[in-house]
Design a protein around this ligand. Structure first.
Ligand code: 6PG
Length: 269
């Protein structure tokens, strides 16, 4: 990495002392833990910035896919309001959404609505680089996949994959909108697909699939709060299948998997 304002920032933040870092469960990939969720968001924001700069330098742009849920919102706010992340290369970023609920953008359950309100409206990201899933049209998944393939095709072969995917984990072990015992878990060709059925928290969803997520250069899984501690232990025990706990199907092909956990998620109340 060449030196620049962003690089100094990354170095500085990674040296923040946290004497009593929580002991993480033995998860696949690497694990970053911070006692406080606020410090965890800073650590993740710092890694995200570093990846964004590296990709812009190497490829000219940065493909970022964000999740919904509640946990990442403080991270999104931090990226927008904290001066330390003001230099984020939004103008060179393509912003994708990992999954969407089949509701209009005006509905409170819409992931894109939240991402738009928190990020798109405040970042200087060109509108044609902000890619919502139009989840109310019947062929939403096929359209989003076509958009992804067309946009990533501008990259050289081999580099045509997502650079950074941010995932969460539900307390039932789902991730993205990959829910237990659903057909989409067995998808091996399509990059985006529908997900519905008795195990899906309504409304029905459109989601990135394992082949797309696992092909990413970097996968960050953000898990915070005591409600997730027992599920994390179960994932670490490794006895369940990906059909039972879809998060267990997250296995990068040549990329990196890194978990970001706060104290309560590690079982430190
Ligand atoms: C969604 C998400 C989903 C989320 C988990 C965890 O739209 O619901 O993309 O996969 O990441 O449900 O959500 P929390 O981290 O808010 O618990």
């Amino acid at each position: 990495m060449t030196s620049g304002a962003g690089d100094e920032l990354v170095g500085e933040l990674s040296n923040v002392p946290d004497a009593a870092r929580p002991m993480p469960p033995a998860l696949p990939g690497t694990v970053a833990t911070r006692t406080q969720a606020e410090d965890l968001f800073e650590s993740l924001a710092s890694d995200l910035l570093s990846h964004a700069f590296n990709c812009v330098r190497e490829f000219g742009d940065f493909h970022l896919a964000l999740s919904g849920g509640q946990t990442p919102f403080p991270l999104y706010r931090l990226l927008m309001i904290d001066p330390r992340w003001r230099g984020f290369p939004w103008r060179r970023t393509h912003l994708w959404v990992v999954d969407e609920r089949r509701v209009p953008f005006t509905a409170p359950q819409s992931n894109w609505r939240q991402i738009e309100e928190l990020i798109v409206e405040h970042a200087d990201i060109p509108r044609d680089q902000a890619h919502p899933i139009e989840a109310t049209v019947p062929d939403a998944a096929a359209r989003y996949e076509a958009k992804l393939r067309e946009t990533l095709a501008w990259r050289e072969k081999g580099h045509d994959r997502l650079d950074f995917v941010l995932l969460g984990m539900g307390d039932n072990g789902h991730t993205a909108s990959l829910f237990p015992h659903t057909a989409v878990l067995h998808e091996r060709e399509r990059l985006v697909a529908d997900c519905d059925g008795p195990t899906v928290t309504p409304p029905p969803r459109v989601t990135m699939t394992y082949p797309l997520i696992n092909g990413a250069r970097f996968i960050a899984v953000l898990v915070a709060g005591a409600a997730k501690a027992s599920m994390l232990k179960r994932v670490a025990a490794g006895k369940d299948t990906f059909e039972e706990l879809p998060i267990m199907g997250i296995k990068p092909i040549g990329g990196e998997l890194r978990w970001y956990l706060d104290g309560p998620a590690c079982g430190n109340a």
